[in-house]
Write a protein that binds this ligand. Structure first.
Ligand SMILES: [Fe+2]
Length: 344
């Protein structure tokens, strides 16, 4: 397999190419470098077969959707990824074929719930879970330091010591490391218990990245900031959540809520299905179609999507527009279906 790092910057994008077939996978492309990637592929005569985002990025716009549209190549992400453009939803242990080679998926949540690492022969692409001599932060976008510790200690650190580590970021000019080296000298992990790690990560006191909502919201929804005024983090944090079981009970009760499904139409009619009676209003159309909700301002409303991320945005928007009784279906249709509740 041939490997290339394409950005020469703090955000890392990798190409993995099957030498025999010339088929290529790109990992974590940046939107503002899509033309460069296409030029590199064309120059070498490599054919793009797969685009992978290791997780929903909060610090930069992903180039996955644009590359996918330009090259008609599918995007693969973990099944918990919220974005609608993901054509291949992967799970732990799954193999992604690149010609005669493969990328093995390891679900390594903690930085985000949808974080994966990719094992390719002698190396592992670790996304933002494990960095060289560091780890990705776990304090926003569904992060959890304990889960992150488990992903690293119980999954990545069980790979052979000589496995090379290639993270999605490097802020300090590191270019090379191995699983063995990280086990023994990563300052956040070496000699630290799970509780030590959680304590350390909960007390980093880092400011939120600049423009986090401007990158995160479009990456998770495929909606551009021009099309929608995205809610602030504090508005999002105030959104009330309902579990799948709670929603089931509410639907069966006397004052059934109005269900608004904010996914794309293809998802609404796709493999996850939708809840009976749910009204389809894709997130990007919500502001202009608000009139369709008529006199529902006083009614209970539940926003629904794939994993509960886009619908939290919708719930915050509706609340901001004066709808008073709005909830989000926590975990979205994925949790609804995992709970074996009925769909259409
Ligand atoms: Fe990240």
């Amino acid at each position: 397999m041939i490997f290339r790092e394409l950005n020469r910057g703090k955000c890392k994008t990798y190409l993995a190419i099957s030498e025999k077939t010339g088929k290529a996978a790109i990992v974590d492309p940046l939107r503002d470098k899509v033309e460069r990637y296409l030029a590199v592929l064309a120059y070498h005569g490599w054919r793009l077969e797969l685009i992978v985002d290791t997780h929903t990025h909060a610090d930069h716009r992903s180039g996955a959707l644009e590359l996918s549209e330009l090259t008609e190549t599918p995007v693969a992400m973990h099944r918990l990824a919220p974005a609608p453009h993901v054509g291949i939803h992967v799970e732990d242990g799954q193999a992604l074929k690149i010609g005669d080679e493969e990328l093995r998926v390891l679900h390594t949540p903690g930085h985000t719930p949808d974080s994966i690492s990719l094992l390719a022969r002698d190396r592992v692409f670790t996304g933002d879970v494990l960095f060289i001599h560091g780890t990705g932060r776990a304090d926003f976008a569904g992060g959890d330091p304990g889960i992150q510790y488990d992903s690293i200690a119980r999954k990545l650190f069980t790979l052979p010591d000589q496995t090379m580590v290639f993270p999605a970021h490097d802020y300090r000019g590191h270019t090379q490391s191995t699983i063995g080296e990280e086990k023994h000298s990563n300052p956040r992990l070496a000699g630290k218990s799970r509780d030590d790690y959680i304590n350390l990560m909960n007390n980093l006191g880092l400011p939120l990245p600049d423009g986090i909502q401007e990158a995160l919201q479009p990456n998770q929804s495929d909606v551009d900031a021009g099309a929608l005024k995205f809610p602030t983090l504090s508005q999002l944090n105030q959104v009330r959540q309902l579990t799948a079981a709670e929603l089931r009970d509410r639907i069966a009760g006397s004052n059934a809520p109005l269900l608004i499904d904010v996914r794309e139409e293809a998802e609404y009619r796709g493999e996850l299905g939708h809840i009976a009676g749910a009204q389809l209003i894709p997130l990007k159309e919500l502001p202009e179609r608000i009139g369709e909700l008529g006199d529902a301002k006083g009614r209970d409303i539940v926003a629904i999507c794939r994993v509960g991320v886009r619908s939290a945005t919708a719930a915050a928007i509706l609340t901001g527009l004066g709808f008073e009784h709005v909830w989000n279906l926590k975990g979205g249709m994925i949790e609804w279906k995992d709970a074996r509740l009925p769909v259409e």
